[in-house]
Ligand binder design. Structure first.
Ligand SMILES: Nc1nc2c(c(=O)[nH]1)N[C@H]1C(S)=C(S)[C@@H](COP(=O)(O)OP(=O)(O)OC[C@H]3O[C@@H](n4cnc5c(=O)[nH]c(N)nc54)[C@H](O)[C@@H]3O)O[C@H]1N2
Ligand SMILES: Nc1nc2c(c(=O)[nH]1)N[C@H]1C(S)=C(S)[C@@H](COP(=O)(O)OP(=O)(O)OC[C@H]3O[C@@H](n4cnc5c(=O)[nH]c(N)nc54)[C@H](O)[C@@H]3O)O[C@H]1N2
Ligand code: SF4
Ligand SMILES: [Mo]
Length: 751
C-alpha cells in the first residue's frame, strides 16, 4: 500500500463555507485562542457585517459528533469582547504603570527588532528567550522564531515541563512510542466499525476528561463507552462525576500513584493474571519489574495510599481479567509529585503486562503528525548556539527529548545571569504571573530583570500589565487560518478565517512578519497559507497544499492493530516495538543510559503527611490545585460574562466535616496558606473531596480590577501558585502542584 492509500479524506465535497439565511457558515477547527487545544470541529456563523454571532458543533465530524462545551458555545462573547487588545501598544511611563500608547504594526516590529538586536549584539542571541504557553498551534512557529534569531532558548515555562511531557517521554522510553486510550476515535464510523471492540474496563487515572477534554481526547467518549458497556475504575482523590458512576473508585492519597500502580502490578504477577504470551514474546526486563513490584505488598500500598486493601485487590483483578482494558490518564500523573516519571512508568508497565497494547479497545499509538514536523526550522539555529541551550548538560534527558530550554533553570538564570545573562523575553500565549509560572514572584523578578519584554496576547493580562514593554494583539481562531497540529485522529484539519477584529493578527502572521525582518531566508513566505503547506511537507501529508487540506481534511489514517506482530511498527520493517530490544522495555535501557533508575519507584512528594510530618502538624490538609472546570481555560475567560457567571470567584472545595472542624461555611472567604505563601478563596462545601484534602482552581485574576502595579488585576491576592515552587524531579521533568500541604482560615478585615 502506498502512503496515500492509507488515509481517507473526510472533508471532500464539503464546502468550507455556505449561506444559511442571512448568515454565513464557516467550517473550522476549534483551537486557541481562546483556550482549548482539543480541536473539535465547529461551524462558525457570521452575520452580514462579518461579525461572529453563533457557534455550533459540526455533526458530520466523527471526533465530537456535533457536541461542544460551554467555552466553544460562548465563543462570540470572547471574540467580540470590548476588552480585546485590538492594536499594538507600547508602554508609556514606568513598567507596571499599565499606561500604553497605540502604535502601528511597523513601529512595533521596528522596536522589537531594534531592542532584541541590541541584546544580541551585547550578550549573544541566547540572551533572548522565546516563551509559549500550553500546546496551542503556535508552538512550531515560536520555536522557528527563536531559531531564526539564532537563540537556542525557546521555552515552555511550566516547572518540570509537567504537562504531558513526562507521560509522553516515559512512554517513549519504555515502548518507543506514545499511547492513548482507544475510544474508536481513529475510525470514521466510530463505535460501529466492525474491527473495533469496546474496552471491557477503563481506568480513568488522575484525569477528569469530561471537563478538561485534554490533548486530542474528547471527554464524552468515556460516556459513550459506558453507555455501550465499559466499566470504569476511577483513580482520583475526589468524587468526580465519572468516579460517582464507577464500578470501583480508588480515592488515592495525592502523589502516591506510583505505589498504587506498583502494588497492582505485584498483585497481577503474584496471582498469575498477567498476559504470559505478550510478556514472553514482547517484553524485556519482566523479572526485574517483578522484583521491584514485590516490594509493594497490598498491605504496604494500602498504608501508603490510604486506599482500603480489598479495593486495591478488586481493581487489580478486574483490570487484569478483562479481555481488553484501557487507561485514560491525566495531568495528576505529571504534577502531583516531583518524581512524576516513575509513576507514569508504573502505569505503562501495568497496561503492558496485561497485554493491552495495540489491541482494539486497548491502548493505541496515536498517528504522529507534529512529531514528524517537529524541529521544523531548526536548521536555522547554528550548531555553536545549539550547545548553549539551558539545561541540556544538567538534564540530558530533557535535552534529548525536547527542543526547548529547561524551564526551572531558565527562570533562575534570568535572575542570576549564571552561566550567561538573559536580557530579553518574548512571551506569546502565556500568562506567567497568573497561571503557568509556579512561584509567580520568582517570574516577576526574572521579568523585571529583562531589558525588553514583548507580550502577544488576546487581552491585557497581569503579566502584560506588570512586565511588558510592548504588547501585540493576537487573533482568535475564527479570525485566522491555521492547521490542527496536535496528535489526534483528524489530521490536517484546517482553521478557516471568517471574521476580523481590529488590527489583530494571527500569531503565525506576526512571527512570519517579524521573521522577515531578522532572517528572511528562514521565512520565505508572504502568505501564511503557503507556510502551512510547507509545514505539512515533513509529515505523511506530503504533497498536499493548505488549500487541498481545506477541501479534504480532516484526513483519517487507516487503522491497523497489532502492528508489532506485522513488522509495520518499526521504521526498519522488523517485528516488534521501536525500542532497542524491539520489546517493551519494562527495564528501560534508555533510562539506564542516562544514569537513571530503569524501573518505576515511589518517593513521597516534597510536602506530604508522611514525608514531612512536622510540616503536616502545622499544615494539616493536603492541597491539590488546578482541577479543570467547564467555565475557564487556565487564566482565560475571567472577563467573559456568561462563563464568569457560572463561577464568579476562585473556590476551594472543602469536605463538610472539615468545614465544621474549622468553623467554615459555604461562601466564606478564606486564606489558603503554606510556608511558601498564601492565596484567597471562597469556600465551597462539598462531599466531592475527602476530609483530608482540599482542592482549589488555578489561573485566577480579576480583569475588572486595576491592572497597574502593585495590584496587577488582583493576581497577588488569588494566585494559588504562590504556594508552589519551580522545582522539578531528578530527570528535569515533573513538578508538584497537586499534592502540597496547607492550612485554611477565614479572611479578616485588614489581614
Ligand atoms: N496551580 C496550578 N497551576 C497550573 C496548572 C495546575 O493544574 N495547577 N496547570 C498548568 C498547566 S497543565 C498548563 S498547560 C499551564 C498553562 O499555562 P498557560 O498556557 O500560560 O495558560 P494561560 O495562563 O491561560 O495563558 C495563556 C495566555 O495566552 C492567551 N492566549 C490564548 N490563546 C492565544 C492565542 O492563540 N494567541 C496568543 N498570542 N495568546 C493567546 C490567553 O489570553 C492567556 O493570557 O498552566 C499550569 N498552571
Ligand atoms: N476546561 C478546561 N479544560 C482544560 C484546561 C483548562 O484549564 N480548563 N486545561 C488543559 C490542559 S493544558 C491540561 S494539561 C488538561 C488537564 O486535564 P486533566 O488531566 O483532567 O487534569 P486536572 O483537571 O488538573 O486533574 C484531573 C483529576 O486529577 C485529580 N487528582 C488530583 N491529584 C491527584 C493525585 O495525586 N492522584 C490522582 N490519581 N488524581 C489526582 C483531580 O481531583 C482531578 O479530578 O486539561 C486541558 N483542558
Ligand atoms: S473540548 Fe470543548 S472547548 Fe475544547 S474544542 Fe472541544 S468543544 Fe471546544
Ligand atoms: Mo497543560
Amino acid at each position: 500500500m502506498s502512503e496515500k492509500d492509507k488515509w481517507i479524506p473526510l472533508g471532500i465535497n464539503r464546502p468550507i463555507s455556505w449561506k444559511e439565511g442571512d448568515l454565513t457558515v464557516t467550517r473550522s477547527t476549534a483551537w486557541s485562542g481562546p483556550g482549548c487545544h482539543n480541536g473539535c470541529m465547529v461551524l462558525l456563523y457570521t452575520n452580514e457585517e462579518g461579525k461572529l454571532v453563533k457557534v455550533e458543533g459540526d455533526e458530520e465530524a466523527p471526533y465530537n459528533q456535533g457536541r461542544l462545551c460551554s467555552r466553544c458555545l460562548d465563543l462570540p462573547e470572547v471574540v467580540n469582547h470590548p476588552d480585546r487588545l485590538q492594536y499594538p501598544m507600547k508602554r508609556v511611563g514606568a513598567r507596571g504603570e499599565n499606561k500604553w500608547e497605540r502604535i502601528s504594526w511597523d513601529e512595533a516590529y521596528d522596536a522589537i527588532v531594534r531592542e532584541f538586536t541590541k541584546i544580541k549584539e551585547r550578550y549573544g542571541a541566547e540572551a533572548v528567550v522565546f516563551a509559549e504557553g500550553t500546546g496551542r498551534d503556535i508552538v512550531a512557529y515560536n520555536t522557528r522564531l527563536a531559531w531564526s534569531f539564532d537563540s537556542p532558548n525557546p521555552v515552555y515555562f511550566l516547572s518540570g515541563s509537567a504537562c504531558y511531557d513526562p507521560r509522553i517521554t516515559a512512554c517513549f522510553a519504555i515502548t518507543g512510542s506514545f499511547w492513548v486510550a482507544d475510544c474508536s476515535q481513529n475510525f470514521i464510523d466510530r463505535y460501529d466499525n466492525p474491527e473495533y471492540k469496546i474496552p471491557e474496563v477503563m481506568l480513568v487515572w488522575g484525569n477528569n476528561p469530561l471537563e478538561s477534554g485534554p490533548d486530542g481526547f474528547y471527554g464524552h467518549w468515556v460516556v459513550d463507552l459506558m453507555r455501550r458497556g465499559t466499566k470504569l475504575i476511577v483513580i482520583d482523590p475526589r468524587v468526580t462525576w465519572l468516579a460517582s458512576k464507577a464500578e470501583i473508585h480508588l480515592q488515592v492519597r495525592n502523589g502516591t500513584d506510583a505505589a498504587l500502580a506498583l502494588g497492582m502490578i505485584n498483585i497481577i504477577i503474584q496471582e498469575d493474571l498477567y498476559d504470559h504470551e505478550f510478556v514472553e514474546n514482547w517484553c524485556y526486563g519482566f523479572d526485574e519489574l517483578a522484583d521491584r513490584a514485590a516490594q509493594f505488598s497490598v498491605e504496604r500500598v494500602s498504608e501508603i495510599t490510604w486506599i482500603p486493601k480489598d479495593k486495591i485487590l478488586a481493581a487489580a483483578r478486574m483490570f487484569a481479567k478483562a479481555e481488553n482494558g484501557t487507561v485514560q490518564w491525566g495531568l495528576a500523573i505529571d504534577m502531583n509529585n516531583e518524581e512524576a516519571f516513575p509513576q507514569a512508568m508504573a502505569i505503562i508497565d501495568l497496561w503492558s503486562i496485561t497485554g493491552n497494547l495495540d489491541v482494539p479497545g486497548g491502548m493505541l499509538p496515536p498517528h504522529q503528525m507534529v512529531s514528524e514536523a517537529y524541529g521544523w526550522g531548526i536548521e536555522h539555529l547554528s550548531p555553536e548556539q545549539a550547545e548553549k541551550r539551558i539545561g541540556i548538560k544538567e538534564y540530558p534527558l530533557v535535552g534529548s527529548i525536547l527542543n526547548l530550554a529547561q524551564p526551572d533553570m531558565t527562570v533562575k538564570q534570568m535572575i542570576t545571569g549564571d552561566p550567561y545573562p538573559i536580557k530579553g523575553a518574548w512571551l506569546q500565549t502565556t500568562n506567567l504571573l497568573a497561571c503557568c509560572g509556579m512561584d509567580p514572584a520568582e517570574f516577576r523578578q526574572a521579568l523585571d530583570n529583562m531589558d525588553y519584554v514583548v507580550v502577544v496576547d488576546l487581552f491585557m493580562t497581569p503579566t502584560a500589565s506588570a512586565c511588558a514593554d510592548i504588547v501585540l494583539p493576537a487573533a482568535c481562531f475564527p479570525e485566522r487560518y491555521g492547521l490542527r497540529t496536535n496528535d489526534g485522529p483528524q489530521f490536517g484539519a484546517t482553521i478557516n478565517k471568517c471574521c476580523q477584529v481590529g488590527e489583530c493578527k494571527s500569531d503565525m502572521q506576526i512571527n512570519m512578519e517579524l521573521g522577515h525582518r531578522w532572517n528572511p531566508e528562514a521565512w520565505p513566505w508572504e502568505d501564511v497559507r503557503d507556510m502551512f503547506t510547507n509545514f505539512v511537507q515533513g509529515s505523511f501529508l506530503k504533497g498536499q497544499t493548505f488549500q487541498d487540506l481545506q477541501q479534504q481534511a480532516p484526513v483519517y489514517k487507516t487503522v491497523e492493530y497489532k502492528k508489532y506482530e506485522k513488522g509495520t511498527f518499526r521504521t526498519d520493517g522488523q517485528f516488534g516495538f521501536p525500542t532497542r530490544t524491539g520489546r517493551v522495555e519494562l527495564y528501560s535501557l534508555m533510562f539506564a543510559d542516562f544514569g537513571l533508575d530503569p524501573l518505576p519507584y515511589f518517593e513521597e512528594p516534597s510536602m506530604s503527611p508522611v514525608g514531612t510530618p512536622d510540616l503536616y502538624e502545622e499544615y494539616p490538609l493536603i492541597l491539590s490545585t488546578g482541577a479543570r472546570d467547564w467555565m475557564s481555560f487556565h487564566s482565560e475567560h475571567r472577563q467573559v460574562p456568561r462563563l464568569r457567571a457560572l463561577k464568579k470567584w476562585p473556590e476551594v472545595q472543602v469536605n463538610p466535616e472539615t468545614a465544621v472542624r474549622y468553623g467554615l461555611a459555604d461562601g466564606d472567604w478564606v486564606w489558603i496558606e503554606n510556608p511558601r505563601g498564601r492565596a484567597k478563596r471562597k469556600v465551597k462545601v462539598t462531599e466531592m473531596v475527602p476530609e483530608w484534602m482540599v482542592m482549589t482552581d488555578h489561573g485566577w485574576w480579576f480583569p475588572e480590577q486595576d491592572g497597574a502595579s502593585p495590584n496587577n488585576f488582583g493576581v497577588w491576592d488569588v494566585n494559588i501558585n504562590q504556594l508552589m515552587q519551580n522545582k522539578c524531579g531528578k530527570t528535569g521533568f515533573g513538578t508538584n502542584a497537586k499534592s502540597l500541604l496547607c492550612k485554611i482560615y477565614k479572611v479578616e478585615e485588614g489581614k
